[in-house]
Ligand binder design. Structure first.
Ligand code: ATP
Ligand code: MG
Length: 415
């Protein structure tokens, strides 16, 4: 039974249960916006006048996630749905995040939300939108507008500046002029929010097909220099980053998005940015590898077969091809190298890209050599020859090893 239940059915059942017990209960925020835009909502949040304790008592399976903020997860069929008590954030005069909230009315709850398009409620039993903030009009006009006084709202929570850009880019909306003005004024305060939260917003922007627009808009609003310490974004660099991002396929991920954004950076800069944004070591390595190697494919024809195979064996090679093509296209450069790489990939059998080595360290140890720098050089030389199709069997490889060792021996005697 539960397998067939839709998210809507589940969210409707929760509203019905709360109503039957005398409470107000409405769908709230992003899901209402998405429905009015004819986009399937990712999740449905419910807002109610029932207190957290009351919510917990009315449902069989619940999980308290933020009781002090009035948030309870309610299990309905296969879904966990967020049910939150109408609340008002109490902000301290020194601008810290609210530590306490006040349970209040639907109208006040709408007003503490960030943008008018995010401040709508929907009554699913009566099929009625409830709008205390002018959100419906702004949705129809395609405008992202802060609820209340924009400067105050951005001073309360600086992350809202990035959220404004994200929603505007995602929906192709423009920013209301006074909202945009307030962002320009407060842009420098981005440095006061945690790198983790910045990264999260950046990841959402760069993972979305509208990523180029998001970056252009951050630049227009003066946000780019404050995303991480030491960020330098002259107009031309922004323009080219946008042009490369615009060439990525719709489903490109965060790592590829960051590599496109930083395509002209040095490996040291990529690493510094990755660290500043608290990216994982894996992500940083991948981003740095993509940025530092994408140019190699411009001269695929001149690469030794072994060097090409080493690139192609990398787990991020598919992304490297995509990034290289995007950079070439953005700069109006020819795609010869890209096409040559495509041909090579088709021609080289999959098991020849990174074949097991014909000669291993064990073989060397068997011949009485001990591990060290020379040892490693010998193995590299042999493997390179193998990748270049110069050694086709183990016998050939062992013969070559014999030659290398004889030459090395002569070298030593000559000394
Ligand atoms: P998405 O589709 O990206 O999840 P969303 O609108 O659902 O978009 P969430 O971050 O999930 O965004 O937040 C849910 C709702 O909570 C928002 O629609 C908004 O009403 C409110 N909200 C979220 N973050 C803030 C914030 N920083 N300041 C004020 N209100 C916020
Ligand atoms: Mg959401």
């Amino acid at each position: 039974m539960t397998g067939k239940m839709s998210l809507q059915d589940a969210a409707l059942a929760i509203v019905r249960q709360l109503r039957e017990h005398g409470h107000q209960a409405l769908w709230a925020g992003g899901c209402v916006r998405d429905m009015l835009l004819n986009r399937p909502p990712q999740d449905i949040d419910i807002a109610t006048d029932a207190t957290p304790e009351r919510i917990v008592s009315l449902f069989r399976k619940t999980r308290k996630v933020g009781m002090q903020f009035g948030v309870v997860l309610v299990r309905q069929g296969p879904y966990w749905i967020e049910v939150a008590t109408f609340r008002q954030d109490i902000n301290y005069t020194d601008g810290r995040r609210p530590e306490q909230v006040l349970f209040t009315t639907a109208e006040e709850d709408a007003k503490r939300r960030d943008f008018t398009i995010n401040g709508l409620f929907y009554d699913p039993l009566e099929d009625r939108v409830i709008d205390y903030v002018g959100g419906r009009e702004d949705l129809a006009a395609g405008v992202v507008r802060a609820i209340g006084n924009p400067a105050e709202r951005f001073a309360e929570d600086h992350l809202r500046m990035l959220r404004a850009v994200r929603f505007a880019a995602r929906f192709g909306f423009r920013l209301d002029p006074s909202t945009a003005e307030a962002i320009r004024e407060h842009a420098h305060q981005l440095t006061r929010i945690s790198p983790e939260r910045i990264r999260e917003e950046l990841e959402k922007m760069l993972s979305h097909p509208t990523r180029a627009r998001a970056v252009e808009q951050m630049a227009e609003l003066g946000l780019m220099p404050f995303l991480w310490a030491g960020a330098a974004w002259p107009a031309e660099r922004v323009r080219m980053a946008g042009a490369v991002l615009a060439q990525l396929p719709a489903d490109a991920d965060f790592v590829l998005g960051m590599a496109a954004l930083l395509h002209d950076a040095s490996p040291a800069e990529v690493e510094a940015v990755g660290r500043a944004l608290r990216c994982s070591n894996r992500e940083i390595d991948d981003m740095a590898w993509l940025v530092s190697r994408q140019g190699c494919l411009a001269r695929t024809q001149d690469l030794a077969l072994a060097d090409f195979k080493r690139l192609a064996a990398h787990p991020q090679f598919k992304k490297l091809m995509i990034l290289h093509k995007a950079v070439c296209t953005a700069y109006g450069r020819p795609l010869d190298g890209y096409e040559a790489a495509e041909r090579l990939i088709r021609r080289i059998p999959a098991d020849q890209i990174a074949p097991p080595p014909l000669v291993t360290g064990d073989d060397l140890i068997g011949l009485g050599l001990s591990p060290g720098p020379a040892f490693k050089t010998i193995l590299d030389t042999l493997y390179t020859a193998q990748l270049n199709n110069q050694l086709r069997s183990r016998d050939e490889a062992m013969n070559r090893l014999g030659e290398i060792l004889r030459q090395a021996g002569q070298g030593r005697e000559a000394l």
